[in-house]
Design a protein around this ligand. Structure first.
Ligand SMILES: Cc1cc2nc3c(=O)[nH]c(=O)nc-3n(C[C@H](O)[C@H](O)[C@H](O)COP(=O)(O)O)c2cc1C
Length: 399
């Protein structure tokens, strides 16, 4: 049975049947450069495509004649219980997709009983996001500007009540996302008026977005990164600043001292790095290739996951992300051994298309998919999933 709220949401979006429909709507509402930022991947986008395709190579092994009338989707990650087995991944500068985008995404996640991970490169102050909801919030850390800047941000996140620090390690420099460049990201971010002129058409044709962006104060800085003597970090400086402050395993020492709480490392996709994450004293890891946005040519995370799980051998909690577009994908990742998953584009498209109600509807869609998949599998609870419910035999769907 659908709750009244989720029924109202499906009525509000009559043409949205799955999250791909939000992708289509986001493309209609957003200027091409903003849509490309959400949608694109690095270089030839091989990893981006493989992240999605890999789910097609896993097939289900249902148990028939099992009466499953309701399903329990609750899961506990690092001591926090969530109503859903997926959290919303850190996505930088959501405020460009929708006014105060981070607030809306966090609220939608928390209303659904799950967690939201705020990016360092959020367009909204972390305190403001915290004040917008009482649900679970984690903070994703980059170290632009170095250790002192990061420690100041971590202290703010801790004081505000963020519970888990998620340290992203796959970004020693920005990946080459060619679609961004084709749509003029460089002159636009650098506020080069002449250079931006050839790309102006994409804004002229999206007046609603332009009005929203202006009404939101035309945000162009990251207010959670205070650079000494400069103030909030300008968005245009991301590439240069990331390259000047690379995270190494040694940094986890000072991070542990400064944070004094659970730390999850995001961006692991080999067994060796999984072991290093354990040695670095982290409590969890996310098997992730940044949604195919960094090093093109790494395997789909779903394919990297078994090696990572074997190396971890139950010592810390393993999450995964990359390519999740349906609830069935969530079920496959958890059956393979992930504790929970993160979704990125599946909610970013919805935010870009329709703000908070869009994110809430995207979450509903994934939730309903998961319940349907479990019932058709004959599995009453997400916690009962194991490898016996899936097959990785490539003969089932030869590609
Ligand atoms: C537009 C966009 C911005 C992102 N920004 C960040 C970020 O600031 N920090 C981070 O750790 N990961 C970031 N990611 C990666 C996501 O956290 C996540 O790993 C990825 O989106 C998962 O793949 P999926 O989009 O296929 O679900 C970003 C992803 C997208 C699509």
């Amino acid at each position: 049975m659908k709750s009244d709220r989720s029924l109202a949401r499906s009525v509000a979006f009559p043409r949205v049947i799955n999250v791909h429909d939000f992708r289509r709507l986001a493309k209609k509402r957003l200027p091409a450069v903003v849509f490309a930022y959400i949608d694109g991947g690095a270089e030839d986008e091989v990893t981006l495509r493989e992240n999605v395709a890999a789910f097609g190579d896993i097939t289900f092994r249902p148990r028939q004649c099992v009466a499953v009338r309701s399903c329990d989707l609750r899961t506990t990650v690092l001591g926090e219980t969530f109503e859903l087995p997926f959290l919303l991944a850190p996505v930088g500068f959501c405020r460009m997709f929708y006014p105060k985008g981070e607030l809306h995404a966090a609220r939608a996640a928390n209303e659904a009983g799950t967690g939201y991970i705020l990016s360092t490169f959020s367009g909204t102050r972390l305190e403001e996001v915290r004040a917008a909801t009482s649900g679970p919030l984690w903070f994703q850390l980059y170290v632009p500007g170095g250790r002192d800047v990061a420690e100041a941000t971590m202290a703010r996140a801790k004081a505000a009540g963020y519970t888990v620090l998620v340290v992203t390690i796959d970004t020693p420099m920005s990946g080459m996302r060619e679609r961004d460049f084709r749509h003029g990201v460089r002159p636009i971010l650098q506020k080069d008026l002449w250079g931006s002129l050839p790309y102006a058409w994409q804004f002229v044709t999206r007046p609603r977005w332009v009005l929203d962006y202006c009404a939101d104060g035309r945000p162009s800085v990251f207010p959670n990164v205070e650079l000494p003597g400069k103030g909030a970090m300008p968005c245009g400086d991301v590439g240069m600043i990331l390259e000047s402050t690379i995270v190494t395993w040694d940094d986890f020492r000072w991070m542990r001292d400064a944070w004094k709480g659970p730390i999850v490392v995001k961006g692991v996709h080999t067994g060796d790095d999984a072991k290093r994450a354990i040695d670095a004293g982290t409590q969890g890891l996310v098997c992730s290739n940044h949604g195919g946005r960094q090093l093109d040519g790494v395997p789909a995370t779903l394919r990297a996951l078994p090696e990572v799980l074997d190396a971890v051998n139950g010592r810390i909690e393993v999450l995964m992300d990359g390519g999740i577009r349906r609830g069935g994908d969530v079920v496959k990742a958890i059956a393979l051994g992930a504790k929970a998953v993160l979704v990125g584009r599946a909610y970013a498209w919805a935010l870009g298309a329709a703000g908070g109600p869009g994110v809430a509807r995207a979450i509903d869609i994934l939730r309903t998919d998961i319940v349907r998949t479990l019932r058709l599998l004959g599995c009453p609870s997400i916690r009962d999933l194991d490898r016996s419910y899936i097959s990785t035999d490539s003969r089932h769907y030869p590609r």
